[in-house]
Design a protein around this ligand. Structure first.
Ligand SMILES: [Zn+2]
Length: 295
């Protein structure tokens, strides 16, 4: 009887015990030999790859370059072209890469362990498919380091001159931003000190979320400032900007996530894909861009 506890549990009966090795197979995708395993409890055969997130993936070699391309201002189409794979391969790989990125981000947040004392937060607006279907991306960054601590993506109704046209064309669009802010602040509790200082603009909704999730914190609000022409609203005209870290991060998001560029050259078609794409960027931003100089 093999009593050794194996790293991989049996996918059928979840047993870690009584699992024995039974041959190999050669995986052509990345030219690796993979161990086959056999469960003596239920008789199932599986392999070390069965429980991996990349199970059944062809073209594993594109994973790492694709994550970098998508976090560096490439569209899904252009990434597919550069890597020599089909567009469908790229769009199917995005949720997988986002899952890995979210896991990596969670490890980063765990390390911070409530050590963040100064947080800037705000919303960035974009849209899915058309301007009539706007989306709000709430994000919080650490002031000192510009590291992104959390974000949430929510749908919102159209405002202003296109509101009536949007309702006529797409029906009533629920405002889910409150849920998004609640999710953002719930996530922040893992990395931010309970008595931290929060900075934001004068959005009337913000104070109640800070109060609810961080009752001991201080919250400073400041008047929104005019952006300069090339700054797409995020980079401000002249002088010291107290929300520089957040505004600079939003500008980086717009520059590096192609679907966030204004106008309509490249747009988001599905809100889930936007969420995935931002998750991918956030990990790249914290783990790669901020570690190298000149960004
Ligand atoms: Zn089993």
């Amino acid at each position: 009887m093999n009593r050794r506890r194996r790293k991989y549990p049996c996918p059928s009966c979840k047993s870690h015990l009584n699992i024995v090795r039974r041959g190999f197979y050669f995986r052509t995708g990345d030219r690796r030999t993979i161990q086959r395993l056999h469960c003596k409890v239920c008789g199932d055969n599986f392999s070390a790859a069965s429980l991996s997130l990349s199970y059944w993936q062809k073209k594993r070699s594109i994973n790492s370059p694709l994550a970098k391309l998508l976090a560096s201002h490439n569209t899904m189409r252009r990434s597919a072209l550069l890597l020599g794979v089909d567009r469908k391969t790229v769009s199917r790989r995005l949720p997988y890469l986002a899952t890995l990125a979210r896991k990596s981000h969670l490890r980063f947040i765990k390390k911070l362990n409530g050590s963040v004392h100064r947080v800037e937060f705000d919303d960035l607006e974009t849209f899915e498919h058309s301007k009539g279907k706007p989306i709000s991306v709430a994000m919080a960054v650490e002031s000192k380091t510009r590291k992104i601590l959390a974000f949430s993506v929510s749908q919102m109704p159209a405002k202003g001159t296109i509101a009536a046209r949007s309702r006529k064309r797409y029906g009533l669009r629920l405002d889910l931003r409150s849920k998004g802010w609640a999710a953002l602040f719930t996530d922040l509790r893992a990395s931010v000190d309970p008595s931290a200082k929060f900075l934001s603009d004068q959005n009337p909704h913000y104070p109640r979320f800070v109060k609810k999730f961080f009752p001991l914190a201080t919250h400073e609000t400041m008047k929104g400032r005019r952006g300069f022409a090339g700054g797409q609203g995020e980079l401000k005209v002249g002088g010291y900007d107290p929300m520089f870290s957040l505004n600079h991060t939003f500008a980086m998001l717009r520059a590096n996530i192609c679907r966030l560029i204004r106008r309509t050259w490249c747009t988001t078609k599905k809100i889930e894909a936007l969420d995935d794409h931002i998750a991918l960027y956030v990990n790249f931003h914290n783990a790669v861009l901020l570690q190298t100089s000149g960004v």
